[in-house]
Design a binder for this molecule. Structure first.
Ligand SMILES: [Zn+2]
Ligand SMILES: [Zn+2]
Length: 211
């Protein structure tokens, strides 16, 4: 599987704009999944173009939660792609879309080996993808807390965590993962890198992680 960060608070390339928000493209299990859409549609489309990703390439759009920095680019992508299936938390309301919206209020297997926690704490869902090395967890902002998110699937071995971890100081929980790419809103990035130097992967728009 492959994760490409499209939208992030920092950027790794002069071609990619940095902006507060998060979005990544996940290529796994034969699906091309857009996870969140950043805060601004123009910036998202700019970064996708710079990375050679056509909006029509996307099969599924998974929205973690309704905060503006995760849904701001949604309508811009849907204007260029009318076939993607939308996977959203029930608290995201007011979306009109004819091609299929699936809401998750509990854990579910979206496609073989690809799972959602379902909406936790009435705010956010996260994605788990099973690989041969363990599960890859993709998180938008981590509002429910990392322990709670990982606790949704207690039997899964965690190989990689990618995404926004907000103010999480759950270093013991982070330590369960083999690798961690804390980015976007993660407040304690420096501390995570200091405590878990062998696990740390730097994020930012343009980061590609193959697993
Ligand atoms: Zn948020
Ligand atoms: Zn956020």
């Amino acid at each position: 599987m492959k994760i490409t960060i499209l939208y992030d608070n920092i950027s790794n390339s002069p071609k990619l704009k940095a902006d507060f928000g998060f979005s990544c493209l996940i290529e796994a299990g034969g699906r091309n999944i857009l996870f969140d859409t950043g805060g601004n549609g123009k910036i998202l489309l700019n970064n996708m173009e710079a990375l050679g990703i056509d909006p029509d390439f996307i099969d599924d759009i998974f929205i973690s939660h309704q905060h503006f920095d995760h849904i701001g680019g949604l309508s811009a992508v849907l204007n260029l792609n009318e076939r993607a299936v939308l996977h959203i938390p029930p608290s995201l309301r007011g979306i009109k879309y004819p091609n299929g919206i699936i809401k998750y209020d509990r854990p579910a297997e979206i496609y073989p080996g690809i799972f959602t926690t379902g909406e936790l704490d009435n705010i956010e869902q996260s994605m788990f993808i099973d690989t041969e090395k363990g599960s890859v967890v993709i998180i938008g902002c981590c509002h429910p807390g990392l322990g709670k998110i990982l606790g949704t699937f207690p039997d899964k071995k965690i190989s990689l965590i990618v995404g926004g971890l907000h103010g999480s100081e759950e270093y013991d929980v982070m330590n369960k993962a083999e690798k961690i790419c804390p980015t976007h809103c993660t407040k304690h990035i420096d501390e995570i890198e200091k405590r878990l130097p062998d696990k740390y992967i730097q994020g930012g728009a343009g980061t590609v992680i193959e697993f």
